[in-house]
Design a protein around this ligand. Structure first.
Ligand code: CA
Length: 233
């Protein structure tokens, strides 16, 4: 099943859900997917860092009582590597001490169970919006101007119509310009782990991007992946 992710601004939004209660995890995944998010689940604290290392996540929902490693310890480890990614703790621990420790350890928000999916989604939106707030980000590549927040592209000042997934591939390449992205990295930015990816889907998106934005824009690195050509910076 392919789920199109549409965050508040239309951008693909991929969330990491860390939750060992299978029933709750299932309910949250459904609610979040219905909202258009791509959601990947891990059910152990010690799997948080390996999961994030795969890249492409916009936000983490973190339970505290977890096997493998306590959520608080996982949060501290995470913050040593990544200061930016928003983390919302979702926990039944409602003591003030826990909340303070959570926020002090680098969480951005703390939601006490039980909570409604509606409230969680509102908190996620608020968190992602805040992150994007400092001005819209316009990325330029040659004659392309890419407005990441509005999810729009112009070429030589003329608007170009890209699908969400084409846009997502383009953004990944532009944000990592100067580097070769592997097929796996690009695909992981596009789909959740459990989604069924057609083997040629990425090639199709690349093909469309070249057609719409010029054949020279994206370089194929044989056997590895893709990079932006020219490296205009
Ligand atoms: Ca738990």
């Amino acid at each position: 099943m392919l789920v199109y992710s549409t965050g508040f601004n239309g951008e693909m939004m991929r969330l990491l859900l860390v939750e060992d209660d299978a029933l709750l995890a299932d309910g949250l995944q459904r609610a979040l997917r219905a909202e258009g998010y791509t959601v990947d689940l891990v059910d152990r604290g010690d799997l948080v860092l390996p999961a994030l290392a795969a890249g492409g996540f916009e936000l983490v929902l973190l339970d505290l009582g977890l096997p493998g490693m306590d959520g608080m310890a996982a949060l501290r480890a995470l913050r040593q590597q990544d200061k930016q990614i928003p983390v919302i703790i979702i926990s039944a621990r409602d003591a003030l001490d826990d909340r303070i420790t959570g926020l002090d350890s680098g969480a951005d928000d703390y939601l006490v169970k039980p909570f409604s999916a509606v409230e969680l989604i509102a908190r996620i939106r608020a968190r992602l919006r805040r992150r994007e707030a400092p001005g819209s980000e316009i990325l330029t590549v040659g004659d392309l101007a890419i407005d990441a927040a509005r999810f729009s592209v112009t070429r030589g000042g003329e608007p170009v119509n890209l699908s969400r997934r084409e846009m997502s591939v383009l953004l990944q390449l532009v944000r990592h310009r100067g580097r070769v992205l592997t097929r796996d990295q690009l695909e992981q930015g596009l789909y959740g782990w459990n989604e069924d990816v057609e083997s040629n889907a990425l090639e199709v998106h690349i093909h469309h991007l070249r057609k719409k934005l010029g054949s020279g824009l994206i370089r194929t690195v044989r056997g590895v992946g893709y990079s932006l050509s020219g490296d205009q910076e």
